[in-house]
Design a protein around this ligand. Sequence first.
Ligand SMILES: [Zn+2]
Length: 289
Amino acid sequence: MSESEELNSIAHKWCWGTIDLSDQSVRRGGPVWNPLVAELVTAGAVMLELWDRVLSPRQRAGLAEGFAAESEQSARLVAAFLAGVSRVGYASPSHMVAFGARQQPSLTLDKARADWQEQALKAGLPLPAAGAWVRGADPEHIAAAVLPRLTGCDCAGYVDGERCRDRDHHGLYVAAYALNRHGADVLHADTVAKAYRATGGPAWDAVRAALVDAVAHHVGLDVRSLPRLVRPTEPTRLTAFGRLVSQSSGLSRGDASRGFASPDDSKEAVSDRARLHAREAVSRIRVAG
Ligand SMILES: [Zn+2]
């Protein structure tokens, strides 16, 4: 592996997910920010737990039908994969430079941001230069713009997130657009085109591809098989799925009181941690519900 390939293979681990400036995570040996990759993998793990332990046979069959999946097992894997990648749009220049923008300004925050930025740049994360104007877009819209391309559509001649005309890829677009809090059928082509211009280009595509790979690895899915496994055509039939994705994402956020994950964690460590987190989070809602 060349040095630049090696850099590429770790840059995605420096995208941040949840930030907590209390010293809770630090006291447990973790950083003040939880890696986005850990939260994506955990969201996939949560969906698997929900599928296996919470959903009724009827709900599972309904989801498999909505996906027009080749089997319920395929639908289960695809559901987990999509829940995992639903927040991939957070891996974009405008969101990443906004490290801690929702926190109270403080010296602790300034230092945390400077530390993170220095190490993220060293790891190869293509952050814009300090002070540069950065185009922004809703992370959900960015996800819709980039996911079909990251999950099997390689059709030439379509730009700005435009939908291709390959019938085998239609389902990829339907699935990517369904990962939207506001409903599966509300995204307009102009919204997606605008979001496409905020994706940050090929350097960020590589970061997002690595995040997608991490989720696929955890779920045990070959991304290239996606167009074959599911062929959803009716966005409205994925409404229940959209709610489960939101729930999985919500339950996957890092918990500072247990210490955040580290960008140095191996794939196996990320997966083990995700599985444990998911099992506990879903047990809590089963008890509560
Ligand atoms: Zn295509």
